[in-house]
Design a protein around this ligand. Structure first.
Ligand SMILES: [Mg+2]
Length: 365
């Protein structure tokens, strides 16, 4: 299993007890709950919302005991990943709508496939919830899932519904996929080699900045950097087609930035036994975009440590092979260059950055 992606709503080690009553207060106009509608009733609604998604590869869809997906000709195998979001851990009802949660969990899963050079072929969705959850919330969640899946052209092929104790809402998605067209082999974390360049597919630090703003009580903003940060925190949508593109042009290692540049970069560095030297001006350049929202120092911190970005971080043989739209962030160097004893990691200005001090970790601090 891949390492767990990081929490959205609650910071690592947060002792905050977050409110759990908000969803109940937003009960739908018709007042119906999951418990009152029954499993079949809920599933009927859910699958009606999902009916418009592409289904070319679906030989047997929802409605039977299992779905049957067609395998593309010559496919190397089935890529799989899963991610779960828990209310008051990974989102807060007063910060994120059910639709936001739906979009976010789809992105989390599809970004993991993209980071291997893959694309989604089907999603399985599980909702485990307090029977008092308004049916409307489940409907909105499904609309978000449909939006995220629709943008990526991936069908929802099945799911499960189960009840839980009062206040509990948990959404889990399992994504199935395959390597993108023209991608001969999955891109692993272990393939980076000294002399290569490190690059990222887009901006960094937006989601973490959005979280900081929400934590400060800023739920909406007119200032463009702050607005984009809030938007990306709630519903991260990145160009996941960049995964297969990067793989085709020779990306040697890749990961999606789910736990922060330093933490995820450290995973590549350790798996590849190399050191990743960040270019200070590249980090400053990314931070400059966020500075109007949170100030320069916090922007710098979020570029290095902010999670849930879901842009792709990859190494390439040289600058010429870095795809258009990507930003070169640094160089891959031999561990021996660091003097050896300090080992693989992410380096800036001659110092190794502490992965536990930057990004997020479910079970850390
Ligand atoms: Mg990931």
């Amino acid at each position: 299993m891949h390492e767990s992606d990081h929490p959205a709503g609650a910071p690592r080690g947060s002792k905050n007890h977050l409110s759990t009553g908000v969803v109940h207060a937003q009960r739908g106009a018709d007042g119906r709950t999951l418990g009152g509608s029954g499993e079949d009733g809920v599933l009927r609604e859910v699958f009606a919302t999902l009916a418009g998604l592409p289904d070319d590869g679906v030989l047997v869809g929802p409605g039977d005991d299992a779905a049957l997906l067609r395998l593309s000709e010559g496919t190397a195998g089935v890529l799989t990943t899963t991610d779960t979001m828990v209310r008051d851990r990974d989102w807060r009802d007063d910060w994120s709508s059910a639709q936001d949660v739906g979009i976010k969990i789809v992105t989390q899963n599809l970004a993991d496939l993209a980071a291997m050079g893959g694309v989604g072929t089907g999603l399985l969705v599980t909702l485990v919830a307090d029977p008092d959850l308004p049916l409307r919330w489940a409907r909105d969640l499904t609309a978000g899932i449909a939006e995220g899946a629709g943008l990526a052209g991936v069908p929802v092929i099945g799911g499960d519904l189960s009840s839980a104790a009062a206040g509990v809402v948990m959404v889990s998605v399992t994504a199935l996929g395959e390597l993108g067209d023209g991608v001969a082999a999955p891109v692993l974390r272990s393939g980076a080699r000294a002399g290569e360049v490190l690059a990222v597919s887009g901006a960094l630090g937006r989601s973490g900045t959005g979280w900081r703003l929400l934590e400060q009580g800023v739920l909406a903003a007119d200032e463009p950097a702050a607005r984009s940060a809030l938007e990306h925190h709630r519903r991260p949508l990145t160009d996941l087609g960049q995964g297969p593109i990067a793989a085709r042009v020779g990306a040697s290692a890749m990961i999606d930035v789910s736990d922060g540049l330093v933490r995820d970069g450290d995973r590549i560095a350790r798996a590849s036994r190399v050191r990743l030297d960040l270019l200070p001006y590249a980090v400053e350049h990314l931070a400059a975009h966020l500075a109007p929202a949170v100030g320069g120092e916090e922007a710098f911190r979020q570029v290095l440590g902010g999670g849930e970005e879901h842009e792709l971080l990859a190494t390439f043989p040289d600058e010429a092979s870095v795809p258009a739209g990507w930003t070169v962030l640094g160089r891959v160097r031999d561990v021996a260059d660091a003097g050896g004893e300090q080992g693989p990691g992410v380096w800036l200005d001659g110092a190794r950055l502490d992965p536990s001090g930057g990004g997020w970790d479910h079970f850390g601090g």
